[in-house]
Design a protein around this ligand. Structure first.
Ligand SMILES: *[C@@H]1O[C@H](CO)[C@@H](O)[C@H](O)[C@H]1NC(C)=O
Length: 506
């Protein structure tokens, strides 16, 4: 049987042109998400200057217009940064509905209209002398990003052949970090980071949106969506043939048939049921804590504000160090792609959290000593580089991975919604409050993150199971049989869910 199926597949699964096109097109969405995450970092001072000018110019008829208050400026800027995550928070609730209603492909296509609207609003805000337009544009592009960060992994996961699913799936994270890096490079004052050109820096996000909208009609719809959700077997076959490059798609189709049967048996679980049922309470708690560990680690404080942190350190060319951060970020994401299947999720997450915690302490100490010892600025730079590197090793990619793995088909959609909402809300809290906390506690701001990281490390150590190499069914049934998963089981069996293997034969 196995050999028969293997022969029909024609040996190892092939990467076809159609698959490459579809993955590339989808990842343009991740790229835009990253771009907008990183884009307001470098030009902070320039755009703040423009806010000040607008503020003064609006006081027409006044002989000596008063400049903007520092506190008002801080509020306006924090809002411009953080409203992005409010957009994401709102729209992440719609991902499931959109993906089911329009299908994966059309949902991505329609979503591009948000990118265009957001880009145009931000691009014209200076011309129209309105920081309100910029803030609204950030909200809209945040909404785009929330939908895109949900749809892209779903689409890529569904069109990829099983053996390539992990690798292709991580391209989403790689798209995000490349987007951040591109934004940082474009934000240089020799490129678009100037008083005249910054509107283009923000508006340029419409270009990948146009490219994606042009390419999407050429991409196949997800065969899994067509067959499992819509029951359209012939259309699913056409898309499968394009994606696999093979005429006979019976093996893939029969695999989907199995999945459909299993799904029909398992009822869909709502968000409320997720919290009420003792069966899901433990995994959803773990999923929420892991999302919090990603955002409250302070990583977005670095992605949003690193340039101003470096200015505070007295560094002359802060933007280049910010680009250094972007490069480290990308390199370590690639490294994590190779490590995640070898070392396991739990180990990498623990390693990442511990490393970040250590780097946060290094940053705190070096920033506090900066006045007395100027060379400490090198130490804090190393601290920030290490912080970002350790983030991408574990806390960056893994929380997304694990949410999908902790739940079976029935509750998965609800769990992803809860996780997305947690992620975007905590992202908002950090983006909004960071500047104020800096004003309050100066260099000791990273000590707060260090303490939080220590807490998340402890939680992960005692509560998070290893999911590598376990099927969805094995993980879910472990939680089902023992709702307070491994309160004691952990102590008996160490940290791996070893006993799960014995159940696979059941
Ligand atoms: C706003 O601009 C005025 C005039 O250029 C300047 O004096 C003032 O310091 C600026 N305010 C802030 C908060 O940057």
């Amino acid at each position: 049987m196995v050999f028969h199926g293997f022969q029909q597949l024609g040996g190892p699964e092939r990467i076809t042109g159609s698959l490459i096109l579809a993955v590339f097109t989808a990842v343009l969405g991740s790229l835009q998400f990253g771009y907008n995450l990183g884009v307001i970092n470098a030009p902070q001072k320039i755009i703040e200057r423009s806010y000040n000018e607008t503020w003064m110019r609006r006081q027409t008829g006044v002989d000596h217009p008063r400049p903007i208050d520092q506190s008002v400026l801080t509020t306006l800027w924090s809002l411009s940064v953080a409203i992005f995550s409010v957009g994401g928070m709102v729209s992440s609730l719609l991902v499931g509905t959109l993906a089911e209603w329009l299908g994966r492909k059309k949902a991505m296509l329609v979503n591009n209209s948000l990118a265009m609207i957001g880009g145009i609003l931000m691009g014209l805000s200076k011309y129209c002398q309105s920081y309100e337009m910029l803030i609204l544009g950030r909200f809209v592009i945040g909404a785009y990003s929330g939908i895109s960060s949900g749809l892209v992994p779903i689409y890529i996961g569904e069109i990829s052949p099983t053996s390539l699913r992990g690798m292709l799936g991580t391209l989403h994270q790689l798209g995000i970090v490349s987007g951040i890096l591109i934004a940082q490079i474009f934000g240089l004052d020799v490129i678009l980071g100037t008083d005249e050109l910054w509107p283009f820096l923000l508006a340029i996000t419409v270009l990948p949106a146009i490219l994606q909208a042009a390419l999407l009609p050429l991409c196949p719809e997800s065969p899994r969506f067509l067959y499992i959700m819509r029951n359209e077997e012939s259309k699913a076959k056409i898309c499968l043939r394009a994606l696999t490059g093979q005429q006979d798609v019976t093996p893939s189709l029969s695999e989907m048939k199995d999945e459909k049967q299993r799904m029909d048996m398992e009822r869909k679980v709502t968000v409320a049921q997720l919290f009420r049922s003792p069966m899901y309470r433990q995994p959803i708690f773990i999923a929420i804590m892991l999302q919090l560990s990603q955002q409250l680690s302070g990583i977005n404080a670095v992605f949003y504000y690193s340039t101003s942190i470096f200015i505070g350190m007295g560094i002359k060319q802060p933007v280049y160090i910010t680009i250094g951060v972007g490069i480290i970020n990308t390199v370590f994401t690639v490294l994590s792609l190779f490590l995640v299947e070898r070392m396991g999720r739990r180990a990498l997450h623990l390693l990442g959290l511990a490393g970040m915690c250590l780097c946060a302490v290094v940053m705190t100490v070096s920033l506090a000593l900066l006045d007395k010892l100027p060379w400490m600025s090198y130490v804090s730079t190393v601290g920030i580089f290490g912080f970002v590197a350790f983030f991408e090793v574990g806390p960056g990619p893994i929380p997304w991975f694990i949410v999908g793995e902790l739940f079976s088909q029935g509750p998965r959609a609800a769990a992803v919604t809860v996780a997305g909402l947690t992620n975007w809300s905590s992202n908002f809290i950090v983006g909004m409050s960071f500047q104020y906390i800096v004003e309050l506690c100066g260099p000791f701001v990273f000590l707060i993150f260090a303490l939080l990281l220590l807490g998340f490390f402890t939680f992960t150590y005692f509560r998070v199971p290893e999911t590598r190499g376990k099927t969805f069914d094995q993980i879910a049934s472990a939680f089902r049989r023992n709702p307070s998963l491994l309160d004691h089981e952990f102590k008996q069996h160490g940290t791996e869910l070893d006993y799960l293997d014995d159940d696979s034969s059941v």
